[in-house]
Design a protein around this ligand. Structure first.
Ligand code: AMP
Length: 317
C-alpha cells in the first residue's frame, strides 16, 4: 500500500479505470479513490474514466478520458480481474499502471498489483488504504458515500459470508465521515415502473430444472418490449434468488452480439463452471458467455450435474 501511495504522490495526472458494465463496487471504488486523492492533493488532475452505471449514477458518472490525458499519467484499475474487462483499453497508454482488486488473481495486466481476494469489496480495500495513511490522506463525505455504496452493494447489504469484522470496521469509518444511510438506502431501493413490470414478467416466466437450477431468459425483444435499460434487465438475476429448491440460478441476457450468463449460487462453487464457459468470477457469483441460444441445453447439462453433485453430498441443504 505504501508503494501505491508513493506512486500517487509521484504523478500529477491520475486516471482511474473500472470494468465493463460497472456495478456499485466498481463505481464506488473509482469515485472513492479519486475523491480522496483530489481532496489530499488538489493540484493533481484526477480523471474517473469508463462506463456509467444508472443504478449508482448518484455517486458519479464517468466520462471517457481524452487521448491527451494519458501522456505521463498513472493509471489505477479498480475492481477488475481480467485485463480485457477494463472498459477503457487505452489504460495501457498510461506511463505506469496499478491494479487494486478483490477477485481471485487470474490475470496480471498492470505494472503493480494489489489483490486481496478475501476482501468482499474493492471499496473495502480502498477504505483500508485510506485508514492506513489517515494522517496524510483526506476523506470527504462524498468519497465516503461512494466507498460505502461499494461495500454495501458487493456484500449484498452485509449479508454474505465474506463479510468479516474488518468489513464493519471499514463501514464504521465511512459512517463516521458524515454520510446519510437513509439517503443511500433510498437511492439504492427505488426502481423504475418499467423495471417493476419486468420483475412481474420474470416472476411468471422463469424456468427450473428437476435438479434445482432456476433460470431466466432475457432476449432483446423482452428488454425492448418493457422499455428497460440493459442494466435494469441484468438486475433481474436477483428476482429468482430465493427459491428454496434451487441453490443455483442464472440470468441469460442477450446484448447485441453476446449472450451473457449471470450465474449465482448459495451452495455449490460455480466459478469453475463459469471458467469452462469463457468467464469466471467468485465462488458464488460468476459471469460467463453462452455463445448462442442453442447452446442452452449444453449449459443446462453442466449446471444440472453440478447441482446434483452438491445435493448428493449436502442432503440437508
Ligand atoms: P456479473 O454477473 O457480471 O455481475 O459477474 C459476477 C462476477 O463474476 C463479477 O465479480 C465479475 O467480476 C465476474 N465475472 C463476470 N464475467 C466475467 C468474465 N468474463 N471473466 C471473469 N470474471 C467475470
Amino acid at each position: 500500500m505504501e508503494f501505491i501511495l508513493n506512486k500517487i504522490k509521484e504523478y500529477n495526472k491520475i486516471l482511474i479505470f473500472g470494468h465493463v458494465r460497472p456495478d456499485g463496487d466498481c463505481i464506488g471504488s473509482q469515485y472513492g479513490l479519486a475523491r480522496i486523492i483530489k481532496e489530499t492533493y488538489p493540484e493533481k488532475k484526477v480523471i474517473v474514466t469508463g462506463e456509467v452505471s444508472d443504478y449508482v449514477s448518484f455517486i458519479g458518472k464517468p466520462e471517457m478520458a481524452k487521448d491527451e490525458d494519458f501522456k505521463g499519467s498513472l493509471g489505477i484499475c479498480v475492481d477488475i480481474a481480467n485485463g480485457d474487462r477494463v472498459s477503457d483499453q487505452r489504460f495501457k497508454n498510461c506511463d505506469y499502471t496499478i491494479k487494486i482488486d478483490h477477485h481471485i488473481n487470474v490475470d496480471s495486466f498492470c505494472d503493480y498489483e494489489y489483490v486481496d481476494d478475501k476482501s468482499p469489496a474493492c471499496a473495502q480495500i480502498i477504505t483500508e488504504f485510506y485508514e492506513k495513511f489517515k494522517d496524510e490522506l483526506k476523506m470527504t463525505p462524498k468519497a465516503a458515500e461512494a466507498l460505502y455504496v461499494g461495500i454495501l452493494t458487493d456484500t449484498g447489504r452485509f449479508r454474505f459470508d465474506s463479510v468479516k469484522k474488518d468489513t464493519f470496521l471499514a463501514a464504521g469509518e465511512l459512517v463516521d465521515s458524515g454520510i446519510s444511510l437513509g439517503y443511500i438506502d433510498n437511492k439504492l431501493s427505488v426502481e423504475s415502473l418499467a423495471s417493476l413490470k419486468l420483475k412481474g414478467y420474470c416472476l411468471t416466466h422463469f424456468e427450473t430444472t428437476k435438479e434445482g437450477f432456476a433460470y431466466l431468459k432475457m432476449p432483446r425483444n423482452i428488454i425492448e418490449e418493457f422499455g428497460v435499460t440493459n442494466e435494469e434487465a441484468a438486475n433481474q438475476v436477483s428476482t429468482i434468488s430465493t427459491i428454496k429448491e434451487c441453490p443455483v440460478w442464472a440470468l441469460f441476457i442477450e446484448y447485441p452480439g453476446e449472450i451473457r450468463i449471470r450465474l449465482r449460487s448459495r451452495g455449490p462453487i460455480i466459478n469453475k463452471l463459469a471458467e469452462k464457459w469463457g468467464g469466471g468470477g467468485h465462488a458464488k457469483a460468476s459471469g460467463a458467455s453462452l455463445g448462442s441460444w442453442d447452446k442452452l441445453p449444453l449449459f443446462l447439462d453442466d449446471v444440472n450435474k453440478l447441482v446434483q453433485e452438491y445435493k448428493n453430498s449436502n442432503p440437508e441443504d
